[in-house]
Design a binder for this molecule. Structure first.
Ligand SMILES: Cc1cc2nc3c(=O)[nH]c(=O)nc-3n(C[C@H](O)[C@H](O)[C@H](O)COP(=O)(O)O)c2cc1C
Length: 182
C-alpha cells in the first residue's frame, strides 16, 4: 500500500520551497506518494497519512500561515504522523539548531509531533524581500547554506518511519492531563 504524504511549506523568499521540494523527491524515491504544496494553498488534509510541515524562520518566529495550519488542523494532525522542520540559520551560524518558537512548541505538543528539525537557509540578493533582508544579503550572512545531503538523509529517515506504519499502528498521543485524577 502506498502511503500518501503532504509536504507543506511556508516561505517568504522561496528557499524553504526548495527544501520542501527536495524532501518530496526523497520521499518518492522511497516509494511514497508525496504532494508538495505552499501551506496557504492547502485545503483538506484528510487524504494524507502523514504530514511534513516546514517554515522559514524570521526574527525567531515561524511564518504565520504555517502556525495557522497547525491550529486549524490540530485535531486531524493528532491522528497522523507529523514531521516538522524549519529553515533559517545562515553564514557562520548555519549549523546552529534553532529552538521552536513557543507558540509552535505548544501546538507541536498538542498534536504529538516531535521537535522541528533545523535546516540551514539561504539569503540571496536576488530573492531578498524588504530592507533588512536586502541589507543582510550583502553581508557575511549572504549565500546558500542549504545542506542537500542532510535534507535527503532526514527525509529518508522520515520515509522509514512512515513505512513502519505498514506493520504497526500510529498511536495518538494521550490527552493532556486535566488536572483531575481518575
Ligand atoms: C529579516 C530576516 C530575519 C531573519 N531571522 C532569522 C532568525 O531569527 N533565525 C534564523 O535562523 N534565521 C533567520 N533568518 C534567515 C532566514 O530564515 C533564511 O534566509 C531562510 O532561508 C529564509 O527562508 P525563505 O527563503 O523560505 O523565506 C532571517 C532572515 C531575514 C532576512
Amino acid at each position: 500500500m502506498s502511503r500518501k504524504v503532504l509536504v507543506a511549506y511556508a516561505t517568504k523568499s522561496g528557499s524553504t520551497a526548495g527544501i520542501a521540494s527536495a524532501i518530496g523527491t526523497e520521499l518518492r524515491r522511497h516509494g511514497l506518494e508525496a504532494d508538495v504544496r505552499e501551506v496557504g494553498k492547502v485545503g483538506s488534509i484528510t487524504e494524507y497519512d502523514a504530514i511534513v510541515l516546514g517554515s522559514a524562520i524570521y526574527i525567531r518566529r515561524w511564518r504565520p500561515e504555517a502556525v495557522q495550519f497547525l491550529r486549524k488542523h490540530a485535531r486531524e494532525l493528532r491522528d497522523r504522523q507529523v514531521w516538522l522542520f524549519h529553515s533559517g540559520p545562515v553564514g557562520p551560524d548555519k549549523d546552529q539548531t534553532q529552538t521552536m518558537p513557543s507558540n509552535v512548541a505548544r501546538l507541536a505538543h498538542r498534536i504529538g509531533a516531535t521537535p522541528a528539525m533545523t535546516f540551514a537557509g539561504c539569503i540571496s540578493p536576488d530573492t531578498a524581500k524588504g530592507f533588512l533582508a536586502r541589507r543582510m544579503a550583502t553581508g557575511n550572512l549572504a549565500g546558500d547554506s542549504r545542506d542537500w545531503k542532510l535534507i535527503a538523509a532526514w527525509a529518508s529517515d522520515v520515509s522509514a518511519a512512515i513505512h513502519a506504519l505498514d506493520t504497526a499502528p500510529w498511536h495518538r498521543p494521550l490527552d493532556e492531563p486535566s488536572g483531575k485524577q481518575s
